[in-house]
Design a protein around this ligand. Sequence first.
Ligand code: ZN
Length: 477
Amino acid sequence: MMPLRSGGFVSTLRCAMLRDDLIPSEERIFARIEEVFAQGVRRPGYPADRWAEQYCEDRFRTLGLERVRAEPVELPYWDPKRAALTVVTSGGATIDVPCFPLPHAAPTAGLDAELVELRDDKPAAVAGKIALCDVRLGRLPYDVLARRATWCFDPDGTFPGQAQVLPFGRGAQAVMEPAIEAGAVAFVGSLTDYPSDSRNYYVPYDAVERPIPGVWISGSDGARLRELLARGAVSAHLVVESEQRSITCYNIVGELPGADEELVIIGSHHDGPWASAVEDGSGIALVLAQAEYWSAVPRADRPHRLVFLLNAGHMAGGAGVRAFIEAHREELERVVLELHLEHAANECVESADGTLTPTGQPEARWWFTTQIAPLEDAVRNALEAEDLRRSFILPPNVFGPHPTTDGGPFHTAGVPLVNFLTAPFYLFDEQDTLDKIHRPSLVPVTRAAIRLVGATAAWSAAELRSANATAAGQASA
Ligand SMILES: [Zn+2]
């Protein structure tokens, strides 16, 4: 892996002020996650998400933030009312297969067709049929990621030779597309090899209305259907009833004045696919911890104006962050840093009884960081100071045009960012429950974030953006 480049600004980087007495405790941060989780399924516009909007706004007001507001975000609402898949074998046996509908895919009052497996070598065989598709979560070897990382912090040597199960398979959000392109009339996705044999998988979450209905079934049910298909033709009956309409959700924003009027944004999102403790009950709690800390220090000790942002609609294609960027485009030049905090997660494995068990280790931490040397140095210093092991500093474009985070679009908008994310495979699954929170991470991640915000005291927005050029100029002088 590559060593960090050292920048010309390193010597001027002040140590972040860190008031130990003002750091919220692990119990306090976790209690907020419990409170959010207890409200139930927090999809955009659901009652629990409306509660979360109000809760975040109330917390911001109670902490004395100024300009507290709810900024509207138009987005598509989706509520599945019923989904049922019944198959009939060539021998006449009728079998009900438990299923979960794919978000925002077309509803159907009742569709009857032959079930045919979608195979890479014979895609046309599913034309006019219901396609049975194999979807397997990806495995990312840590060694591969380390080679693409700017820096890797793993003093215990937990990464070499190991791999992480990702929450996505091939195609990521585009799971239905091969079946649609092949002319299938419906999609049945078998989650083959999915740890714990779940079917409650909230993907895709780009909120695109796809033209055919689709459901997820467990990997074991998928294997059973393949056995039946090997013995003869299988017909299927599919029903998916869902409510889809356009609604208004809200990005919750609050501010604290600082030493100058340039901006540091500290964000996450308030919605989630289920009651979702990690995704992003933990993000809400981590942003509230920052608001609590920074509201308690004198204004002069806040390096810039601080903007706290809890976005709507992450599960609707990141509608909230896109709306925020659009509404505030003329201010983006004044943003010194956009810091997003998502997912204090336990690494989990499937136990012999099929349940998910935390290993006790944190899931590998990804710190997407704009490739500006002093910023990368500040992240590395914060991670080492707080002993945040199992961390990678990653270039923002390591997996695509921008980080795979709620804050990612700030990168393509030209804003320097540090986006913290872990991506456990259960992120979009109903099994993202309170036991998935890596509690020992809550305070160290909070402290590291405070150090990063503190480090911005050394920079103006323009200075940080030109730091690489300055460092290069000094090197050649
Ligand atoms: Zn998240």
